[in-house]
Structure formats: structure tokens, C-alpha cells
Design a protein around this ligand. Structure first.
Ligand SMILES: *Cc1c(COP(=O)(O)O)cnc(C)c1O
Length: 391
């Protein structure tokens, strides 16, 4: 039997062929009319993809670079900020805040859960310059309620900026960026937009721009004011990741093409797709006897699955790779060995979910010795799909 490599990791995600061709063909200099036209087109598309009237900037860095820029540009040493954390990426906000000598206060939830909104309400104070959170915590596959946090902010601390790491939330979760007042929303290229790592993008509200003017932090590469000025002229401050920008344009064209050329509708189709595939995956794996790691607030970006007590999740990850060349993700940090994760964000369709569940039936039966009947998980997923397709 031959095997095809299939990525099911929540970043990097599978590459869109049209984006790969666009990247291979992107043989151009960045201070030219050709590139300026491309860059301006992609920035305009990104606004629609993020769903905002705010400026969207594109940076040559991984997602964490944009996270760092939203700390260095919006705060000053000693500022109080609130961090909402329930996993490895939430902890990254705390680490960044400390690196810039802020005074972070933390509301946390156990891995696999989302935070208690009453605790958020009790902790948030007008003296907090910023509240930092994830939309979806990829390390545990939990979805946080950004809208509820935005409402609490409006009621308790209306001047506090809301910065959301939407790196796996974008393209998998519904946001009303301007309606809810999300001041900064961050995305990354290796997640829902179907291209390799190396680009981050972020939307910036007028309030966020104003905060940058009073920040006392040193900034150079990540001086977002400089990026904004250059973006207005169709350029980036430094050499952009030209090929990735071309790939991103092709990917956003593809997403628009899924809805007759309407990118706004295409974005919704992409989100619906992730939601249905996540639900189908949860249904299929539950039937096989697996326990969901985040049953109360599951993300559509990825599904985290606990293996039975005494078992090592690495066994599942390794068996998927060895038997089917299927690449799933182990748990991060102390969750390693306890859970495995599979993604639904970006270039995954329903048939990818069927393939994953078919493979998992083999692994569950032959590797883990669970009492599995072939077809069980696939049938459960088909029921979810059939119901969603009717609606
Ligand atoms: C992938 C990811 C990041 C960014 O990580 P990089 O390795 O810097 O791209 C940040 N937050 C979340 C929630 C993620 O899933």
C-alpha cells in the first residue's frame, strides 16, 4: 500500500495548491508597482476576512511576533494588564507581559476549560490598560467567549483595550470585531489561511492607534506606526515576505470563490465548514470510546482528545503516522502524552474528516484494542454532515 502524507495539525495546516503556485511564481521586487498592487489587494481582502473597518497590518513574523507587537506598542513599563489564560497560548501573554515589565494580573481556568465569566468581571478594573485573551486556545482546543468578555469590558472598564489572539479563532469562529469593540485581533498565516508559516496579520482600532502614541516602550522592527504609514502607500517598512503575500492573496481568492466570489460570504462558509467538521469529529471519536478533553467549550479550530487513563497519546500520534502518514499533534507541555489534537481549520473539508475517522477506527481497534466496529465513527460523522447539509 502507498501512503499520502496528510497534515492534521492545528498549524501548520495543509497548503492550498493555488497558493503554492502563486508562491512559486512570486518572482518580484517589493518596491515596484506590481508588488504594491498585490500588497494593497491583500490588505483590502484581509479587512474583509477579519470582518472589520479597522486597519489591518501584515507582518513578516510568526503569530507570536504580532502578539509581542500588541504588547510593546500598547503599553508602558509598570502598566497593569489583565491576562485571561487557560492553556499554553494564554501563558504566552503572561510571559510577554512580564518581558515588557508590565504588571499582569491573571484569571485562569484549568486546561480543557474556559474561564468563569464572573471571575473575569470581578478581576477586570478600569486601571487595566489592556485585557489579553485567546479566541480559541489551541493547546487545549477550547473556545473562549470573546463577545461576553467584550461586554464585561464595556460595562466595567470601557477604556480598557481588548486584544484577542485569534490565530486559530479567525476562520473558525464568528466575530463582530467592530460591533463588539475588539481593539486588536491577531491572525497567522499557517492556520486558517492555508499557507505556510511566516506571516502574521492584525486589526487595530482607533483606540489602539491612540494608545501607541503614549507608549514608552522601545520599538523598532515592530513599530506598528511605521507599518501603517507604509501600508497606506502599498508598501511594508522592511522587506516583506513577498511569496507568502502572493500565496495569501491566492488563498483569499479561493475562500471568496467558495461563495461565488464574495469574500465575506466565503469567510462564513469557511467558519461553518470548521464548525461542522469539528462537530462530526467529536461525534465520531466519542462513538469510538474516546473522551473529549474540552467537552464544555469545544473549539472548531481543533479537537483535543483524551486517551484512556494509563495510555500514552503518543501511541495514537505515532500509529497514525506509521500506518497512514497522517500527522496529528500531541499535547503541549504537561498535556503531552495525555491528549492528541486534530485540526479543522483552513483547507480541510468533510471528506478529510471522514478519512481521519476511518483511520481512527483502525487505530482504536488494532492499536488500542478497543471494541470497535468498522464504520461506527464514519457513520456518526455522516449523520452530523447530513443534518448540517439539510439546514
Ligand atoms: C499557532 C498559535 C500561535 C502562534 O504561534 P507561532 O508559533 O508564533 O505562529 C499563537 N496563538 C495561538 C492560539 C496559536 O494557535
Amino acid at each position: 500500500m502507498i501512503r499520502k502524507t496528510r497534515l492534521y495539525t492545528p498549524g501548520p495546516t495543509p497548503l492550498l495548491p493555488a497558493a503554492q503556485f502563486a508562491m512559486a511564481a512570486a518572482d518580484m521586487h517589493h518596491r515596484t508597482p506590481e508588488f504594491r498592487a498585490l500588497f494593497q489587494k491583500v490588505l483590502a481582502q484581509l479587512k474583509v476576512f477579519v470582518g472589520t473597518k479597522n486597519d489591518v497590518l501584515l507582518l513578516a513574523c510568526s503569530g507570536t511576533g504580532a502578539m509581542e507587537s500588541s504588547v510593546s506598542n500598547l503599553t508602558s513599563p509598570g502598566d497593569k494588564v489583565l491576562v485571561l489564560t487557560a492553556g499554553k497560548f494564554g501563558e504566552r501573554w503572561t510571559g510577554l507581559a512580564k518581558a515588557f515589565n508590565l504588571a499582569p494580573e491573571v484569571v485562569s481556568a484549568p486546561y480543557g476549560q474556559t474561564f468563569d465569566l464572573a471571575a473575569v468581571r470581578a478581576a477586570l478594573k478600569p486601571e487595566h490598560k489592556v485585557v489579553y485573551m485567546q479566541a480559541t486556545e489551541t493547546s487545549t482546543a477550547v473556545c473562549h467567549d470573546v463577545q461576553a468578555v467584550a461586554r464585561i469590558r464595556d460595562e466595567v472598564a470601557p477604556d480598557t483595550l481588548l486584544v484577542v489572539d485569534g490565530i486559530t479563532g479567525l476562520g473558525t469562529t464568528y466575530f463582530d470585531v467592530d460591533g463588539w469593540g475588539i481593539d486588536v485581533l491577531i491572525g497567522g498565516s499557517q492556520k486558517a489561511v492555508m499557507i505556510p508559516p511566516g506571516l502574521a496579520y492584525l486589526s487595530m482600532s482607533d483606540r489602539a492607534w491612540a494608545a501607541m502614541e503614549t507608549s514608552r516602550n522601545p520599538r523598532y522592527y515592530f513599530d506598528l506606526r511605521k507599518e501603517r504609514k507604509n501600508a497606506a502607500a502599498g508598501e511594508s517598512a522592511y522587506t516583506p515576505a513577498v511569496a507568502l503575500v502572493a500565496g495569501l492573496g491566492a488563498a483569499l481568492d479561493y475562500i471568496a470563490g467558495q461563495a461565488g466570489g464574495d469574500l465575506e460570504k466565503g469567510r462564513i462558509a469557511l467558519i461553518d465548514n470548521a464548525q461542522v467538521n469539528a462537530e462530526a469529529t467529536r461525534a465520531g471519536l466519542t462513538v469510538l470510546g474516546f473522551k473529549l478533553f474540552a467537552p464544555t467549550a469545544p473549539a472548531a479550530a481543533a479537537t483535543a482528545v483524551a486517551v484512556p487513563e494509563g495510555m500514552d497519546s503518543g501511541v495514537v500520534v505515532r500509529a497514525l503516522k506509521a500506518k497512514f502518514a497522517l500527522v496529528a499533534a500531541n499535547g503541549q507541555g504537561e498535556m503531552k502524552g495525555k491528549i492528541f489534537r486534530v485540526a479543522h481549520l483552513g483547507f480541510f473539508d468533510y471528506l478529510d474528516t471522514v478519512a481521519l475517522l476511518g483511520a481512527m477506527e483502525h487505530i482504536a481497534r488494532d492499536t488500542l484494542g478497543l471494541p470497535v466496529q468498522f464504520g461506527q465513527a464514519v457513520a456518526a460523522a455522516q449523520e452530523v454532515y447530513a443534518k448540517a447539509a439539510k439546514e
